[in-house]
Design a protein around this ligand. Sequence first.
Ligand SMILES: *[C@@H]1O[C@H](CO)[C@@H](O)[C@H](O)[C@H]1NC(C)=O
Ligand SMILES: *[C@@H]1O[C@H](CO)[C@@H](O)[C@H](O)[C@H]1NC(C)=O
Ligand SMILES: *[C@@H]1O[C@H](CO)[C@@H](O)[C@H](O)[C@H]1NC(C)=O
Length: 443
Amino acid sequence: MSTTTKNCWCSLLLFIGAATLVVALENGLARTPPMGWLAWERFRCNTDCKNDPENCISDHLFRTMTDIIISEGYADVGYEYINIDDCWLEKKRNFHGQLVPDKQRFPYGMKSLADYIHSKGLKFGIYEDYGNYTCAGYPGILGYMENDASLFAAWDVDYVKLDGCYSNHREMDEGYPQFGFHLNQTGRPMIYSCSWPVYQIYSGIKPNYSSIINHCNLWRNWDDIQDSWSSVESIIEYYGKNQDSIVPNAGPGHWNDPDMLIIGNFGLSYEQSKTQMAMWAVFAAPLLMSVDLRKIRPEYKAILQNKKIIDVNQDPLGIQGRRIYKELGIEIWARPITPLYQNYYSYAIVFLNRRTDGTPSDISVTLKDIALKYPGGYRVEDLYEDVDYGILSPQTKIKVKVNPTGVVILRCNLQVEDVYDSNQYTPYSPLDQLYKVRRNSFK
Ligand SMILES: *[C@@H]1O[C@H](CO)[C@@H](O)[C@H](O)[C@H]1NC(C)=O
Ligand SMILES: *[C@@H]1O[C@H](CO)[C@@H](O)[C@H](O)[C@H]1NC(C)=O
Ligand SMILES: *[C@@H]1O[C@H](CO)[C@@H](O)[C@H](O)[C@H]1NC(C)=O
């Protein structure tokens, strides 16, 4: 392809620490980012079952979503956990100091709900808070850690999200590991989702990620997601800006959690929904849908069920991607994935257009300038448009058109036999190089 004038050659440095051998929580769970459904962003703390029986936080809601996850094909592509968030409790513990599910809204108790979810082949997640109260003011676990962990195990819980309201953020360094210890002591494997770093960051405390990795399967780094593009964009920006401290912490069994997928709700356009899905794949993020699956439109369901993008998200290497280029609203993100060969990786590449001028932006790059240097070439495929570019050499220049607030996501597979063996894997991200990215023809 020709080189045109008036283009700037922009180069940037990427940093990643030397390959660090991360010691991490090993409960055998979450080898790839957990996938499922979580009530919070869409249904919040709606406890009004009298006037709004179909949308209140209740046994009925979770059984209904369980059924749809199965009947509408979500389970087939990997969605597995049905997770309760806040507002499932009675306001007071019982006489024995035990947590009690709201008697009206969960009349059969949590074990019964867990049994139902398990009978469908899915898994059950619950919510609590490391503090005196949950964020919505229900009883927290402070003072009852051992009992609450045992109770969750007795209910056959598979996943515990522990929030951080009404707590001392400094004490989290002891408290979160302590509750994790009690979960472990129950003998029941439960994914442990922590809100530990985000609260500390809010308090100006630098999170001790080496300890967090060691005690949690996933953790929230930043703001709760809201139903808007500006919220999604601010999370993407946070992850890009802080990638040097965030990205190296991800790996099998331990993940950064940029919060729920809001695809199919009210706030994101079709393009923005595709962006969230693609970016969460690059982030190696948990895929927890928070949407009314009874009402979702087919085009949004198709995004959530895009198997090729889910495969990127679930890549067994578990290396989180990075922003490798950012200029004038155009970004390029890259995530190393399988198959790999010697020091060469395959990549998922996302071209993200954060501009809002109303026409697609052209981005053109030579593959070798964005990490794709394997002399044998890459098979390049567009994961939304089903375009197969065939096998391209590192010298090939590709050009994509990216819609405002949208993405193009490519999978670039090394042309090698897939020889990945998790036992031989040592964490290493090859994005520790200098890239030159060519940008041209903005309109
Ligand atoms: C939790 O409640 C106890 C008992 O009232 C109190 O002593 C403690 O300071 C509270 N902790 C926090 C973090 O608010
Ligand atoms: C408890 O921790 C040990 C040591 O890390 C681990 O081998 C075991 O699988 C854990 N058990 C559960 C149930 O999480
Ligand atoms: C982080 O936590 C580990 C324990 O997991 C501890 O050994 C280390 O000293 C802590 N680092 C800081 C800076 O507090």
